[in-house]
Design a protein around this ligand. Structure first.
Ligand code: KG4
Ligand code: ZN
Length: 353
């Protein structure tokens, strides 16, 4: 089965062709109405084109929704063409289109959903609306065989969301906790801006942190031992107070390292605490912040026999359409009948699952 994924929820225009194999077989014959065979699935990314708007948004230090949407309009069809040609497939060969429906910037989402609606209607393709957060979670199935042992606890963290999720089976998501204010990625971006570093801040902070001492400044660990919700606004304010108090004597690298350590300490502790409470054997990291090497290392250090997975490539951590195709495939496979008739996909900003 060949799935065309489309992602335009924020500032990346992305299209991807993902091929689903069941027991090594091409499963096209089961695409229309059957649950895709008995065997293990493996998802092969045939192409994953990402037109990044980072340079555009650097000028304003963040994403301006109208600017992002205009860029998606320009890029969406060229990106789809490129994804098909790199995968060496024609549009006619595509079996299903999976598109990000929510959450995200409404004007950005509309570009992707409109393109998907038109293409699926004209091409008579299966059309699957995908939740962006579920997409991030399914990045851990890309370029891998589906031998993941449920239940799994997943920490998915990006600029727009911060969720701890229990998955007991495919296409089933139970939120254990989420952020009460800023997502961790958003906090990275805001602190970077405060330190005069470019957007997006996560990679910049972690680069600077390599030269710093993570114990250089004493920063709080918000809600550390209080359930599975997160809060990063107090930490952000504490960093601001350090910047004001230190003035010219501020040790920037130490502050970056101490901030990163505080965020990763809280994230990893809650992930492993949730894993133990639910008796799972496997934990996953997903979303833009899962690219952070310190976070990966801290989780590794605390695993005590559990298995850790994070996406195969950094490009599968941040926004991309391959993860949307993967989530769409498993969503369809769980209930193929639900997608037999073409139904308009309506963009929405609703958060959660
Ligand atoms: O998943 P994503 O591309 O977009 C959203 O859905 O929001 O995540 C982007 C976020 C940004 O906030 C960025 O600063 C953060 O992920 N990020 C990182 C790293 N790479 C990206 N944060 C910390 N360390 C990184 N290495
Ligand atoms: Zn995202």
């Amino acid at each position: 089965m060949l799935i065309l994924g489309l992602e335009t929820s924020c500032d990346e225009t992305s299209a991807s062709v993902v091929q689903a194999h069941v027991m090594g077989e091409f499963v096209r014959e089961v695409a229309y109405g059957y649950p895709g065979g008995e065997g293990n699935v493996s998802l092969q990314v045939r192409s994953n084109i990402i037109a990044s708007q980072i340079e555009l948004h650097r000028k304003t230090g963040g994403v301006v929704p109208e600017v992002a949407a205009r860029e998606h309009v320009v890029k969406i069809f060229p990106v789809i063409d490129e994804a098909l040609s790199e995968a060496k497939v024609t549009f006619e060969e595509i079996d299903a289109i999976a598109v990000t429906q929510r959450p995200g910037l409404i004007s950005s989402l509309l570009v992707g959903t409109n393109a998907a609606n038109v293409l699926a209607l004209l091409g008579k393709k299966i059309l699957i609306p995908v939740n962006h957060i579920e997409g991030h979670i399914y990045a851990n199935w890309l370029d891998r065989e589906d031998n993941i042992a449920f239940p799994v606890v997943i920490l998915t963290v990006s600029g727009g969301h911060n969720e701890l999720v229990l998955m007991r089976e495919h296409a089933s998501f139970e939120s254990l906790g989420s952020t009460r204010d800023d997502a961790a990625g958003e906090a990275f971006d805001k602190i970077a801006r405060l330190l005069g570093l470019p957007y997006p801040g996560g990679p910049e902070i972690s680069k600077l942190a390599e030269k710093g001492d993570p114990t250089g400044y004493d920063l709080p660990r918000p809600l550390m031992n209080e359930g599975f919700d997160f809060s990063f606004s107090g930490l952000k304010s504490a960093v601001m107070r350090v910047v004001q108090a230190e003035g010219a004597s501020l040790r920037q690298a130490d502050l970056a390292a101490s901030f990163q350590e505080a965020v990763c300490d809280v994230l990893s502790a809650k992930l492993l605490h949730a894993a133990r409470e639910h008796g799972v054997k496997e934990v996953h990291l997903a979303g833009g912040v899962s690219a952070n090497q310190r976070l990966r290392r801290l989780v590794e250090e605390r695993l005590e026999g559990l298995t850790l997975r994070f996406p195969e490539k950094i490009s599968y951590c941040t926004d991309n359409a391959a993860m949307i195709a993967a989530a769409g495939f498993f969503q369809w496979r769980a209930d193929p009948q639900a997608y037999k008739k073409w139904k308009l996909v309506e963009a929405s900003t609703r958060m959660g699952f």
